[in-house]
Ligand binder design. Structure first.
Ligand SMILES: [Zn+2]
Length: 152
């Protein structure tokens, strides 16, 4: 059975969980010399809609009236580590205000924060994945109901 997220308490939305994750990840990026700008993270379908293969997307500040980067992560991702992994990738785009695609500049930031693989689908390497797993555990404390169906 695929992992699922249990019903959330009304006091903490998925978006609030993601914003907390951004705060944690901001420290991680900062340690590598990168500034994560204020960004709004939402669960939602990417610009290409439900049929898109993208699991996340970052929109540049120019496209938002509030001048923030807006990051969307598709609702189908249930594993918190996968969500955090996707969030790291999208935050690399946010650091660059979505310029540079997945080219050299993106790659330099991505590698420095622990992503690896083809840049279009850059994902957490072993070391970053271990950190994300630790953070997930931290989040377990904040949301003990969230991972009850997760098998280790
Ligand atoms: Zn990307």
């Amino acid at each position: 059975m695929p992992p699922t997220i249990a019903t959330r308490p009304a006091t903490l939305t998925r978006e609030a969980w993601l914003q907390t994750a951004v705060t944690e990840l901001r420290r991680h990026f900062s340690a590598q010399g990168h500034t994560v700008p204020p960004a709004q993270v939402s669960i939602g379908f990417t610009g290409s809609g439900m049929r898109s293969m993208s699991i996340g997307q970052c929109w540049p500040t120019l496209q938002a009236t509030d001048q923030l980067n807006h990051i969307f992560i598709i609702p189908g991702l249930g594993d918190p580590v996968e969500i955090l992994d996707t969030l790291v990738h999208e935050l690399v785009h946010a650091v660059l205000d979505c310029h540079h695609g997945h080219g050299k500049v993106f790659k330099a930031v991505a590698l420095s924060v622990g992503l690896e693989g083809p840049m279009r689908s850059a994902h957490a390497g072993k070391e970053l994945r271990a950190k994300l797993t630790d953070w997930r555990r931290w989040h377990d404390g904040a949301r003990p109901d969230m991972l009850e169906d997760q098998a280790e």
